[in-house]
Ligand binder design. Structure first.
Ligand code: GLN
Length: 478
């Protein structure tokens, strides 16, 4: 058993052939992950008890001859912004360093019902705010392919674990690119589903109108299986969709001939040359597969970063208000009056980036400025969504880079928030429009740094997105 390169299919076949039991696999996966973790700091903590009891349930089902589920025995990592009952959930923040949630996120429940085995919780930027994983209160994550570089963020731990082979699958969250960008930087597959496709119940809110839970995996097929498990209506999240959940693996049939693809010119302007060359080669591969690629324009893209950083910070400032030292968070030791207690707790607990966003968000929501900033940003958001809707009248899918550059050095951008924000330039548009989008590996630079190709489709058209990504993945493998 090659633990670091296992696939969902291999786990299923191995269990079926009794080459290993789910408990044996879980033990080995935990041992391997704990041994490898110091190299990356991808996991913040492990959940061996929970993993072993989930694995034991899988073995019992198999012994009884029952179907143990599509993820039976599969080792999974969960980003630490997604709550797990009885297992610490820190959100990468000092404020929640000791927080043990009393309930499970819906995605976590579904994952375990499908037989998945949660090994532990992965590192991330504090409350998912960041693009490099350097905003974690528990230290940065190192890119497993280049240890002096960032893994991307904010789901850097989840992407690194999958790339490092210390999990077969991982759950991440994406508000402005936090699944696709680290997937691109670490050379794995990352999927941001349609807004509402996966319940947000139990996902710690950052910017509620933009937050998504989604899969990270080493193959398109594995990501498609995981999305099928976690997707679907949840009464606990009013924004979750009741649209039926197809079997996403049905669409991995290679039939991409004649698909019309759009290549937005606004996404090709600021690329580093190597990224540009790899994307061009990726587009050539798609043409060879019989896709028809045409140039399109998404003119409102120019305003996307500004629009996102107004809406996301506004919502964040409101969502962060609950961390007041009264309920679940740490409380400052130097607290006198109630308002001093609030101030000291929040002052000591939040990291610099969260504070910056709370201030920005509070400012853009303040009475005199609401119309000038927040309302205007909402209008721009509508324009961005309209650009996509118009493009999809002409094309079936859009292809683009995920990031203007590959993984950068640790520390390179941390003192320049604007440069950091600009690394999201190609990913935040998909979140603002609420459409499904993903990153699929597209090759490596001369220095061995992975570059991801982004695929975006119409609302709920995950099947065509997976179809294209899978055909692309296979063409590259040959
Ligand atoms: N990098 C973006 C930000 O800092 C996106 C984060 C995310 O998707 N959670 O807000």
């Amino acid at each position: 058993m090659q633990i670091a390169s296992l696939t969902v299919d291999q786990v299923r076949d191995g269990l079926r052939a009794r080459r290993f039991s789910a408990v044996e696999l879980a033990r080995e996966a935990l041992r391997f992950a704990e041994e490898q973790n110091p190299a990356t700091n991808a996991y913040l903590h492990f959940s061996p008890e929970r993993a072993l009891s989930a694995a034991a349930r899988v073995d019992e089902k198999i012994a009884r001859g029952e179907d143990a589920g599509p993820l039976a025995g599969v080792p999974v990592a969960v980003k630490d912004v997604i709550v797990t009952k009885g297992v610490r959930t820190t959100c990468g923040s000092k404020l929640l360093a000791e927080y043990v949630p009393p309930y499970d996120a819906t995605a976590v429940i579904r994952l375990e019902e499908a037989g998945g085995v949660i090994l532990g919780k992965t590192n991330c930027d504090e409350f998912a705010m960041g693009s490099s994983n350097e905003n974690s209160a528990f230290g940065p994550v190192r890119n497993p392919l280049a240890p002096d570089r960032v893994p991307g963020g904010s789901s850097g731990g989840s992407a690194a674990a999958v790339a490092q082979g210390t999990a077969v699958l991982a759950l991440g969250s994406d508000t402005g690119g936090s699944i696709r960008q680290p997937a691109s930087f670490c050379g794995v597959v990352g999927v941001t589903p349609t807004y509402g496709r996966v319940s947000r119940y139990g996902l710690t809110a950052f910017a509620s109108s933009l937050d998504h839970i989604g899969p990270l995996a080493r193959s398109v097929r594995d990501a498609a299986v995981l999305l099928g498990v976690i997707a679907g209506r949840d009464p606990a999240d009013a924004t979750s969709s009741g649209a039926p959940v197809p079997d996403y693996t049905d669409s991995l049939d290679g039939s991409v001939k004649g698909l019309k693809l759009g290549l937005p010119r606004e996404y090709l302007r600021d690329l580093t040359s190597e990224t540009g060359d790899l994307i061009a080669a990726g587009v050539a591969t798609l043409r060879k597969l019989g896709c028809e690629v045409r140039d399109i324009s998404l003119p409102a893209t120019d305003y996307a970063v500004a629009c996102y950083y107004i809406i996301a910070t506004a919502e964040a400032s409101s969502n962060m208000a609950r961390y007041d030292g009264v309920r679940y968070t740490f409380r400052s030791a130097s607290s006198g009056t109630l308002s001093e207690m609030y101030r000291n707790t929040r002052g000591e607990g939040f990291g610099a980036e969260c504070k910056r966003r709370i201030m920005l968000g509070t400012y853009v929501l303040s009475a005199g400025y609401y119309d000038a900033y927040y309302l205007k940003a909402q209008k721009v958001r509508a324009l961005i969504a309209r650009d996509f809707a118009r493009a999809f009248e002409e094309v079936d899918a859009i292809v683009a880079p995920v990031s203007p550059f590959p993984a950068f050095k640790l520390g390179e951008k941390i003192d320049d928030p604007l440069a950091m924000y600009l690394s999201d330039i190609y990913t935040i548009t998909g979140d603002l429009a609420g459409i499904p989008c993903m990153s699929v590996p597209c090759g490596k630079t001369a220095a061995g740094l992975p570059v991801g190709l982004q695929i975006l489709t119409r609302h709920f058209d995950e099947p065509n997105m997976f179809r294209l990504a899978d055909a692309f993945e296979r063409a590259r493998a040959n």
